[in-house]
Ligand binder design. Structure first.
Ligand SMILES: *Cc1c(COP(=O)(O)O)cnc(C)c1O
Length: 357
């Protein structure tokens, strides 16, 4: 794919390493963005890196009305020795195509689009922070772009990638979070769009998130949409429990987002000969196992925080505390190994790290 590059004439002042390390997630953007257009008959065309700035859209653009819009999230790192790397971009591109398929968006060429993203990261290379636990968050997304108020798949689209440097998610070690088990609202149902990273899923989750936050909880745990009994996931993370020494996580059932961190956790744990079960876990079963003292750890897994220990979970009138509200041994080991692989401090036995330069 040919990519044209138009460099900005007004580069922003690049924050210092220290300022970058303190930046809140998703608030600061780099100097450039990547755009690729799609039109029926022409396919994806005109890949270009241009100065970061506002988009021009018709008010009738279908993405603004019916939400034919998907996104991805991955990270680039400054690795040991100064090289520039991305973590498992092939997995993000494959998932993007799975979201495209569900939302009637034309597929992308996974390899070519990953290379175009790498080119953008290289263009804004100086924005990749290098202090421990910092990274460059990459947000690719696709919007439908026909100016037409009919409800049907658009014939034109835009693939866009923006970048933001992110500081350490945890300033002082991995801090366990408090989770509210949502038993009124649901996130997704089988046959719906739960497995796709589409914008509407997140709009639908805000109400529950706001109410949980008012009660003092940082995230919600979703139960299945039919029985409101089986555990699905937490906010924008997949969820794991260590039950009787076995790492246990809900199986992918169509309504759960198939996380790449989830997949990495499972692959790593199995390589260590730690047993992993992907299965249905009912909330009452978890509560019973907890009261028998069998649940030693709980954690969420996702690109932003990598591993997020769960200290406490509230379900109806019951409060479950895990590992005395402290990070568990397995959670810490997974965090250290994954972040170590990402930054080149540990051996990349699985070939997860994609070198840009
Ligand atoms: C993105 C996301 C995840 C985590 O996926 P990763 O690929 O590990 O970042 C989990 N659940 C939801 C709802 C998500 O949007």
């Amino acid at each position: 794919m040919r990519i044209s590059i138009e460099k900005t004439k007004q580069p922003k002042k690049r924050p210092t390493e220290k300022e970058l390390a303190d930046i809140a997630f998703g608030t600061t953007f780099t100097d450039h963005m990547l755009l690729i257009d799609y039109n029926e008959g022409r396919g994806w065309h005109d890949a270009r890196i241009v100065p970061y700035g506002p988009l021009s859209l018709q008010p009738a653009s279908t993405c603004l009305h019916y939400g034919q819009l998907i996104f991805e999230g991955l990270k680039a790192y400054r690795a040991r020795g100064g090289s520039l790397v991305m973590f498992r971009p092939d997995q993000n591109m494959a998932r993007m195509n799975s979201s495209c398929e569900r939302m009637c968006i034309p597929k992308i060429d996974e390899r070519e689009f990953a290379e175009a993203i790498a080119k953008l990261v290289e263009t804004d290379e100086e924005w990749v922070p290098s202090l421990p636990a910092t990274s460059l968050y990459i947000r690719p997304f696709i919007i439908s772009n026909d100016a037409f108020l009919g409800v049907h798949p658009s014939s034109s689209y835009m693939f866009i990638v923006i970048l933001c440097p992110v500081g350490a998610y945890y300033k002082e070690g991995l801090a366990p979070v408090k989770i509210y088990v949502e038993d009124e609202y649901v996130r997704a149902v089988k046959g719906g769009t739960g497995f796709a990273k589409c914008a509407g899923n997140y709009a639908a989750s805000l109400k529950s998130q706001v109410e949980a936050s008012e009660k003092g909880y940082s995230q919600v745990l979703w139960l299945d949409g039919v029985e409101r009994r089986n555990i699905e996931e937490v906010g924008a993370m997949n969820v794991f429990f260590v039950i009787d020494g076995e790492i246990t996580t809900p199986e992918l059932n169509g309504s759960i987002l198939p996380g790449i961190t989830r997949k990495s956790v499972i692959e790593l744990a199995r390589s260590w000969n730690v047993p992993v079960a992907e299965r249905r876990i009912a909330i009452d079963e978890l509560a019973a196992a907890h009261s028998e003292g069998k649940v030693s750890e709980a954690f969420g897994a996702g690109t932003a925080a990598v591993i997020s220990p769960i200290g406490e979970m509230k379900w109806k009138n019951a409060v479950m505390r895990f590992n005395d509200g402290k990070i568990g041994e397995i959670s810490q080991r997974l965090y250290d190994e994954i972040t170590g692989i990402q930054t080149g401090a540990r051996e990349d036995k699985f070939g997860w790290v994609h070198k840009i330069k």
